[in-house]
Ligand binder design. Structure first.
Ligand code: NAD
Ligand code: INS
Length: 339
């Protein structure tokens, strides 16, 4: 059904990402406004709501989703809280933009997929925002055109200047590497069939409990080999790069040297410091696309199947970290509902 007035959105989780999405919905995106914010941290959520006219603060996601002025939900709580929020949204048949990861393990992702199928229609867009990034979309268009022939390999680098304390090896897979899992599946149109995680001797800046960096290899059902360097405390900036090596050429994104300066015997540019800066445009386009589709009564973008497929690859990645070696991905057949 088409929505005529602005979409009333409940934002669940008002930490770094949720607060940025609240700003985005109210100040950047058209056709929506934040009518509810939810956080288990009562002080934080009140502070966010206080700045917004007509916005109510909640500490219970279910209470917010039952409110009459809530038409749609943006989930930006930590991954382990996503399943419960998604299932509650389904009870109210609300459209959802769910931040990645859909859920942190394949079994819970499968439960969400089954619940959405029981609803009988798609309700969820998963927040794999790189699909909305201008550089990634150009690379996808080029690869799809066939100009360079078949893609043989994909080399990726995923570097964060630093990450919050408490980040574990499993977080590296579920929260960071999950982006390359989605990008690989999306760019190549292939499923990932195995994961191998290798760990060099850690950087002396690696925090307790995290082997940093890690080097990961994916194999796909189309015969491609994909490598990913994940380095979460590289110190110098936020860098996401991808190079596709194809039969008739290669194509690379993420150098971000749109401004090169020559001065005092040196040349160079600047490096973004975090994802909010590097992917600002991608988040804006992602949320606008979600609002537009929702107002048209449609669901577009990465689906629960994409979220589940990535979760299954994550599970193999976490097993490779703990058991060592190459681990095969176990994936259920793709339901016709998601074709
Ligand atoms: N797409 C991206 O590039 C990107 C970037 C960062 C984070 N994320 C994702 O966004 C989500 C949030 O990440 P973040 O960095 O903002 O985390 P954060 O820790 O900064 O914020 C999470 C917030 O959720 C609240 N919270 C915890 N449990 C909750 C619950 N059950 N219900 C409601 N609120 C709850 C916390 O109190 C906190 O305020 C995660 O899924 C993360 O993977 C995506
Ligand atoms: O949750 C964040 C986010 O998804 C970023 O895009 C990624 O670069 C970080 O490594 C991860 O911790």
């Amino acid at each position: 059904m088409t929505q005529h007035g602005p979409l009333g959105v409940a934002v669940i989780g008002t930490g770094k990402m949720g607060a940025d999405h609240v700003r985005r919905i109210n100040e950047v995106v058209s056709g929506a406004r934040v009518t509810a914010v939810v956080d288990v941290d009562a002080e934080r959520v009140k502070a966010v709501a206080d700045g917004i006219e007509g916005c109510t603060a909640y500490t219970d996601p279910a209470a917010a989703m039952a409110a009459a002025d809530v038409d749609a939900v943006l989930i930006a709580s930590p991954g382990p809280a996503h399943e419960a929020a998604l299932l509650t949204a389904f009870e109210h048949d609300l459209p959802v933009l769910c931040e990645k990861p859909l859920t942190p393990d394949a079994a819970s992702a499968l439960r969400v997929m089954e619940a959405e199928q029981r609803l009988g229609h798609r309700r969820v867009q998963v927040g794999f925002m790189r699909r909305y990034d201008a550089e990634y979309t150009k690379l996808k268009t080029l690869l799809d055109s066939g100009e360079l022939g078949r893609t043989l390999m994909l080399h990726n680098r995923h570097r964060n200047a630093s990450i919050p304390s408490g980040f574990t090896n499993a977080n590296l897979v579920n929260d960071s590497l999950v982006h390359e899992m989605d990008v690989t599946r999306w760019l190549l149109g292939q499923e990932i069939t195995s994961v191998t995680v290798l760990r060099p001797r850690p950087s002396s800046h690696a925090p307790e409990g995290l082997d940093d960096p890690q080097f990961v290899v994916f194999e796909t059902d189309g015969g491609a080999v994909v490598d990913v360097e994940v380095f979460l405390n590289c110190g110098f900036g936020y860098q996401v790069q991808a190079e596709a090596v194809c039969e008739r050429g290669s194509a690379r994104i993420g150098d971000a040297h749109d401004l090169l300066v020559n001065t005092a015997g040196r040349w160079g540019g600047t490096i973004a410091q975090d994802f909010v800066e590097r992917f600002a445009d991608a988040y804006d386009r992602e949320v606008q696309a979600w609002v537009d589709a929702t107002r048209r009564g449609e669901v577009t973008g990465p689906s629960v199947w994409d979220g589940y497929a990535a979760a299954a690859v994550c599970e193999a990645g976490v097993r490779s970290q703990s058991e060592g070696g190459r681990v095969e991905v176990e994936l259920v057949d793709r339901p016709a509902f998601y074709r």
